[in-house]
Design a protein around this ligand. Structure first.
Ligand code: PLP
Length: 355
C-alpha cells in the first residue's frame, strides 16, 4: 500500500501554521513517547518544559523569565480556556463575565461555554481594533477577565494593550493578551503587547504558529504563580502533587520541538523571519491594490482583500489554499513558507483567473 503523503506547504496561504524548523522536527521525533504531564517519570521532558517556558517568557518580556509560571499547551485554544478558567477561579462574584473585542478568537466562545461564564464582545473601531472606552462600558464587578488581542486572526490587528490593561485594573479584573499567532513577530515591531508594556496577567503565545515548532505546541504564561495555582488539581497516583494543565498526557514532541526551535531561532532567526514576512505582506497588499482590489493594509503579516467569490473559487480549484474573513475577503497569512516566489506564482494565477 502506498504511504499517504502530508500536504505540501507550497500553496498553503490560509494557515497560521508552517513548516517546522528541521531541528524542531528532529527533536519532536525523539520525544514522541515522552509525557510532560508526568515529569516525575519523564524527567528530561520535564526539564525541557522548564526551558521552553523560560524561552517564551524571555520573548514576552516576563519580569522573571527563569522562574516564570506557564506551560506548553496543546495550542492557543487550551491556553485561552485556561486563562479564562484561572481568572474565573480567582474572581469573587458568583456570576462571572469576560469582556473582549469582537475580534477575539473563537476559542473564547468555547471557554465561555465550558466554564459557564458570560462572554461580552464589544464592537471594534474602523481599523478592527478594540475600543478601550467601549470595553470599559461593557465591564462591571462580575468581570473576571478583560482580553486584548495582539495579532488578530482575521486582520492581524494589535489592540491598544496598555489602555485595555488600565480598563481591567479599574474594574478589578485580570488582563489577558492573546498573542497566539502574533507573539513571535511582535518582539521585532514597535507594538506594545508584552508583560513589560502593560499590567498583563496572562498571555497566550503559540510556538506551533510563527514559532516554527511542530504541532501541538501552544503556550500559556502568567505573571504570577497564583494564576497557575488557581488551576491546579490534586493528582493522587502521580509522584508530582498536583497538575495545572487542562489535558493529562501531553505531547513531548511539542515541548522538545519548542525548545529546539527557540534554540535555533531566538532571536536572530525569528527576527529575519518576521521582517521577511512583514515585507512580503506589504508587497502582496500593494500588488493586490494595483489590481484594483480593496485591501486591508497589513500591520502584521496578514493581508485581506476584497476578491470576488468566483475568482476566489478558481484560485481554490488551482490548488491555492486560501480562506476568507467573516466579511468575505480573501485572507493570506504570510507565514515563513510563503516566500516571495510563492506569492509571485499566486499573483500569476490570480491574473489568469480574474474576470
Ligand atoms: C490560532 C489562534 C488561536 C487558537 O490557537 P490553536 O493553536 O488553533 O488552538 C487563538 N487565538 C489566536 C489569536 C489565534 O491566532
Amino acid at each position: 500500500m502506498q504511504q499517504p503523503e502530508p500536504q505540501s506547504f507550497e500553496r498553503v496561504l490560509s494557515s497560521m501554521c508552517t513548516e517546522p524548523h528541521p531541528a524542531a522536527r528532529a527533536a519532536a521525533e525523539r520525544f514522541l513517547a515522552s509525557n510532560p504531564g508526568d515529569p516525575a517519570t519523564y524527567e528530561t521532558i520535564g526539564t525541557l518544559e522548564t526551558r521552553a517556558v523560560e524561552g517564551l517568557a524571555t520573548l514576552t518580556d516576563h519580569p522573571d523569565p527563569a522562574d516564570a509560571a506557564g506551560y506548553v499547551t496543546a495550542g492557543g485554544t487550551e491556553a485561552n480556556i485556561q486563562a479564562v478558567r484561572s481568572a474565573r477561579n480567582r474572581h469573587t462574584t458568583d456570576d462571572v463575565s469576560v469582556v473582549a473585542p469582537e475580534s477575539v478568537h473563537f476559542s473564547f466562545h468555547k471557554a465561555a461555554s465550558l466554564l459557564d461564564v458570560e462572554l461580552r464582545t464589544v464592537p471594534l473601531d474602523d481599523d478592527y481594533r478594540a475600543v478601550p472606552d467601549a470595553v470599559a462600558a461593557a465591564a462591571d464587578e462580575s468581570t473576571a477577565l478583560v482580553v486584548g488581542v495582539a495579532g488578530s486572526t482575521e486582520y492581524g490587528r494589535v489592540d491598544p494593550i496598555p489602555a485595555l490593561s488600565e480598563v481591567a485594573s479599574a474594574v478589578g479584573a485580570r488582563f489577558h493578551v492573546d498573542a497566539a499567532w502574533g507573539g513571535f513577530v511582535l518582539p521585532f515591531t514597535d507594538h506594545a503587547w508584552s508583560f513589560a508594556d502593560a499590567a498583563v496577567d496572562t498571555l497566550t503565545i503559540d510556538p506551533h504558529k510563527f514559532g516554527q515548532a511542530p504541532v501541538p505546541a501552544g503556550g500559556l504564561l502568567a505573571r504570577e504563580d497564583a494564576a497557575l495555582d488557581a488551576l491546579a488539581v490534586d493528582t493522587p497516583y502521580l509522584e508530582t502533587r498536583s497538575q495545572a494543565t487542562l489535558t493529562g498526557t501531553r505531547s513531548g514532541a511539542g515541548v522538545a520541538g519548542t525548545v529546539a526551535a527557540l534554540d535555533a531561532l531566538w532571536p536572530d532567526g525569528y527576527r529575519s523571519a518576521a521582517r521577511r514576512a512583514i515585507e512580503n505582506a506589504r508587497w502582496l497588499a500593494s500588488a493586490l491594490a494595483d489590481r484594483g482590489y480593496d485591501v486591508v493594509e497589513p500591520t502584521l503579516p496578514l493581508v485581506a482583500a476584497a476578491v470576488p467569490t468566483p475568482t476566489f473559487e478558481r484560485l481554490r480549484e488551482r490548488g491555492w489554499r486560501v480562506s476568507r474573513t467573516g466579511a468575505g475577503e480573501l485572507r493570506v497569512v504570510c507565514m515563513p513558507h510563503v516566500t516571495r516566489s510563492v506569492l509571485r506564482a499566486f499573483l500569476d494565477d490570480l491574473d489568469r483567473v480574474r474576470g
